[in-house]
Write a protein that binds this ligand. Structure first.
Ligand SMILES: Cc1ncc(C[n+]2csc(CCOP(=O)(O)OP(=O)(O)O)c2C)c(N)n1
Ligand SMILES: CC(=O)[C@@H](O)[C@H](O)COP(=O)(O)O
Ligand SMILES: [Mg+2]
Length: 636
C-alpha cells in the first residue's frame, strides 16, 4: 500500500488529509526518522516527540508566508519531511543531504539558520515589529522547548513581548527534558504541574479551552478571567506567563492531532501574545529513545535488531572530552576547591563521572552560559577553583562575562572548551572556530590547547595551579596517544612550546593543539620525500613562546597549523607578535626576517560534512600540510 508520506510534497498536501490519515502519517514519519537517524545519526528523541505538533501547525498555518521559528532547531525533522525535502532527508546531516537544523538556503519554509537555544522569541519579536511597520498580517509562531524557554535570551524577550501588541504564538513543547533532566526553579514548577495532572484532566483542560475560545475577546483580561474560573490545575504555569501579560492556554496533550488543530484554529488570530503549553514525550514511538531520551538526544548511527540497539562507533580510543572530564574528577579528589559548572550539558562535556562522584560540587545551571561563567566567577572569588565546561560555540554567549567578571578581576576560572574546531555533521551552527579570537584578546587570560591524551591531563593540572583565568580548548575527537609524540608528556610551562622534531631545517611547522598528529604524519612523510622540517607543538596561543618569534627573526619559514578561523587565530597571533610594533627591531633585522604562512579556517562558515573532510577543507589534514610545505620548499 502506498504510504501517505510518499504523497506529501508540500504542506498543502497535509491540509487535504483527514484526522485519521494525519495520525497514520505521524506513524510513517516516526518510522522514517528512526530509520534515517539509525543510518546517519542525529537528534532522535526530540524529533520523535513533536511529530503531531508539527503536522497540526502546518495544517492550520501557511508557513510560506507565516513564520515558524524553531528554537535550537534540532527538532525540525518532521517539518523538513513535509516541506519538499523527503529525498534529501535520506542523507540527513551529510554533505549532500539536508542539514540537521533549519536552513533558509534549503527551503523557503525555514527562516533563520539556527542551532543555539533562546533565539526564536527575540527574532520573532523583531519580525513582528517589522511586519507591523510593513502593514503585514503574517502569523508568527515560535516553537520552543521547556529547557530553552528559560534561557536568558528567551526570558529577556518574554519581558518585552507585551509591547509587541500583535499576534504572536509561542508553542511551548514541554517534555520535562533538556538533553538531561531540566534544571532550575521554572523546570521544577513545570515538572510539578505536569506530575499533578492526570490524562483525563489534560483532556478536560483541552475541552475547556475549546469551549472558551469563542468567548475570548480582543482584550486579554477577559481571556484570563475566563480561564482562571475553569482551569485550576494550570495556575502555576499560567501565573508565570500572565504575570508577563502573555495569555496562557494549557496544558494540553501535544500528541492529540485533532485537538491541536482545533486549538491552533481557535487561537491563531488572537492579536496579542499567547502561549500554548503542550505536553509531549521525548522519544515517543521508539522504546529505546523513550526509555533513555538522554542517550538518544543526539546519537551517532546505530543498528536496531528487533529492539536490540548497537551504537556504531566512528573511531577508537579515548576522546579529549572523557580525558578532561576524568582528569577534573581525579583533581577534585586531591583538591577540595575544585568544582565544575556546566550549562545543561554534563554528558556532552564529559562530566558524568564527576557528577556521580561529587554531586554537590557539580553545578548544572541549565541552558545559561552567561550565568554559568558568572557563577564560576563568584566561586573563584571565594577561593574555589571552578572548571567551566562548555562547548566552544555556546561559550560565545559568555564572552562579556569572561571579559568583565573573570579576566578583568583576574580570577582563577578554568574554561574547558569542548568541540573547539570543526564538529562534523552538526555543521556551521556548532563549529568552534572563534574562541581563540575572543579569548586571546583578553588581558590576564592564558590560552592553551592540548595535542595528545597526556597533554589533556597535564593541561588541567597546569591550569589548576595557575592563579589566573585559563582556557583549554580541544576538539570533538579521539585524543592521540604518544606514537612519536612522547615529548608532549612533559609538564606545561607558561608560554613554552615543545619541540617534537628538532633540526636546523629552513621550514618549521608550528602546530597548535589538535592538528599536531596530522602535522607529525606530514613531517614524517615529507622526510621520506627528502624535505626535512622542524616540528613544534605550540601549546600556548597566549602567552606565545618567544622562541618561536626568534625563529622568524633568524629567517626561518614558519608554517602555522590550527583548527580555528585564521582571522584572529593562532597564526594571526604569531603574525602580530612578529610584525608588531615592539617585537622586532625592523631596522637591524629586516633583511634576515623569515616568512610566515598560516593554515586554518577560511573566512566563511564551514558546511556540514564529516570532520575529516572539514579538516581537509581547512587544509590541516596531513596531505594538505604536505602539499603546502612541498610548495614552499620548491619556492625557496
Ligand atoms: C545556547 C545553547 N546552549 C546549549 C545548547 C545545547 N542543547 C541543544 S538542545 C538542548 C536541550 C534543549 O531542550 P529543550 O529546549 O527542552 O528541547 P527538547 O530537546 O527537549 O525538545 C541543549 C542544551 C544549545 N543548542 N544552545
Ligand atoms: C542541538 C545541540 O546543540 C546539541 O544536541 C548538539 O548537537 C550536541 O552535539 P554533540 O553530539 O557533539 O554532543
Ligand atoms: Mg525539553
Amino acid at each position: 500500500m502506498t504510504k501517505i508520506l510518499e504523497t506529501i510534497d508540500s504542506p498543502q498536501d497535509i491540509k487535504k488529509l483527514k484526522i485519521e490519515q494525519l495520525e497514520k502519517l505521524a506513524g510513517e514519519i516516526r518510522q522514517e526518522i528512526i530509520e534515517t537517524v539509525g543510518r546517519t545519526g542525529g537528534h532522535l528523541a526530540s524529533n520523535l516527540g513533536n511529530v503531531e505538533l508539527t503536522l497540526a501547525m502546518h495544517y492550520v498555518f501557511d508557513f510560506k508566508t507565516d513564520h515558524l521559528l524553531w528554537d535550537v532547531g534540532h527538532q525540525c525533522y518532521t517539518h523538513k519531511l513535509i516541506t519538499g525535502r523527503k529525498e534529501l532527508f535520506k542523507n540527513l546531516r551529510q554533505k549532500d543531504g539536508v542539514s540537521g537544523f533549519p536552513s533558509p538556503q534549503e527551503s523557503e519554509y525555514d527562516r533563520f539558520t539556527v542551532g543555539h537555544a533562546g533565539t526564536s522569541i527575540p527574532t520573532g519579536i523583531g519580525m513582528g515589529i517589522a511586519a507591523k511597520k510593513l502593514g503585514k498580517k503574517d502569523h508568527i509562531v515560535s516553537f520552543v522547548g521547556d529547557a530553552s524557554i528559560v534561557n536568558g535570551l528567551s526570558l529577556e524577550a518574554l519581558n518585552y513581548l507585551q509591547d509587541l501588541k500583535r499576534q504572536f504564538l509561542i508553542v511551548l513543547n514541554d517534555n520535562s527534558m533538556a538533553i538531561d533532566v531540566t534544571q532550575g526553579a521554572i523546570a521544577t514548577m513545570l515538572s510539578r504541574v505536569r506530575l499533578s495532572h492526570t490524562y483525563d484532566e489534560i483532556n478536560k483542560t483541552t475541552r475547556n479551552i475549546l469551549d472558551h475560545i469563542p468567548l475570548i475577546g480582543r482584550k486579554m483580561d477577559n481571556a484570563i478571567a475566563n480561564f482562571k474560573k475553569t482551569i485550576k490545575m494550570s495556575l502555576p504555569a499560567s501565573r508565570l506567563f500572565e504575570s508577563l501579560n502573555i495569555a496562557y492556554f494549557g496544558p494540553v496533550d501535544g500528541h492529540d492531532i485533532r485537538s491541536l488543530i482545533q486549538l491552533f484554529n481557535g487561537i491563531k488570530d488572537i492579536d496579542y501574545p499567547v502561549v500554548l503549553h503542550t505536553y509531549t514525550n521525548k522519544g515517543k514511538g521508539f522504546h529505546p529513545a523513550g526509555d533513555d531520551p538522554r542517550s538518544f538526544h543526539s546519537t551517532g548511527p546505530f543498528t536496531n535488531d528487533n529492539g536490540k540497539i548497537t551504537h556504531i562507533k566512528a573511531g577508537s580510543g579515548e576522546t579529549f572530552t572523557s580525558i578532561i572530564g576524568d582528569t577534573i574528577t581525579d583533581l577534585a579528589k586531591e583538591d577540595s576547591r575544585v568544582t565544575t559548572v556546566t550549562a545543561a550539558m554534563p554528558d556532552g562535556t564529559g562530566l558524568r563521572r564527576f557528577k556521580t562522584s561529587f554531586p554537590d560540587r557539580c553545578f548544572d545551571v541549565g541552558i545559561a552560559e552567561s550565568a554559568a561563567v558568572d557563577i564560576a566567577a563568584g566561586q573563584a572569588k571565594m577561593g574555589l577553583r571552578p572548571f567551566v565546561c562548555i562547548y566552544s560555540t555556546f561559550l560565545q554567549r559568555g564572552f562579556d562575562q569572561i571579559a568583565h567578571e573573570v579576566a578583568l578581576q583576574n580570577l582563577p576560572v578554568i574554561f574547558c572548551i569542548d568541540r573547539a574546531g570543526v564538529v562534523g555533521d552538526d555543521g556551521p551552527t556548532h563549529h568552534g572556530m572563534l574562541d581563540l579570537a575572543f579569548l586571546r584578546s583578553l588581558p590576564n587570560m592564558t590560552v592553551l590547547a592540548p595535542a595528545t591524551a597526556a597533554e589533556a591531563q597535564n593541561a588541567c593540572r597546569y591550569a589548576l595551579n595557575l592563579d589566573s583565568p585559563c582556557a583549554i580548548r580541544y576538539p570533538r575527537d579521539y585524543a592521540p596517544q604518544n606514537d612519536g609524540l612522547e615529548a608532549c608528556d612533559s609538564d606545561f610551562v607558561t608560554g613554552k612550546s615543545v619541540t617534537i622534531l628538532d633540526n636546523d631545517s629552513k621550514i618549521v611547522i608550528v602546530s597548535y593543539g589538535s592538528c599536531l598528529k596530522n602535522a607529525y604524519e606530514a613531517a614524517i612523510e615529507l622526510k621520506k620525500r627528502g624535505i626535512e622540517v622542524k616540528l613544534i607543538n605550540a601549546r600556548f596561543a597566549k602567552p606565545l613562546d618567544s622562541d618561536i618569534i626568534e625563529l622568524y627573526k633568524v629567517g626561518k619559514t614558519i608554517v602555522t597549523v590550527e583548527e580555528h578561523s585564521l582571522t584572529c587565530g593562532f597564526g594571526s597571533a604569531l603574525l602580530e607578535a612578529c610584525c608588531g610594533r615592539n617585537e622586532v627591531d625592523m631596522n637591524s633585522q629586516t633583511s634576515s626576517l623569515g616568512k610566515i604562512v598560516i593554515i586554518g579556517g577560511p573566512d566563511r562558515f564551514i558546511d556540514k560534512n564529516t570532520r575529516n573532510n572539514q579538516l581537509k577543507e581547512l587544509g590541516v589534514d596531513s596531505e594538505s600540510i604536505i602539499s603546502t610545505v612541498t610548495k614552499l620548499n620548491n619556492m625557496s
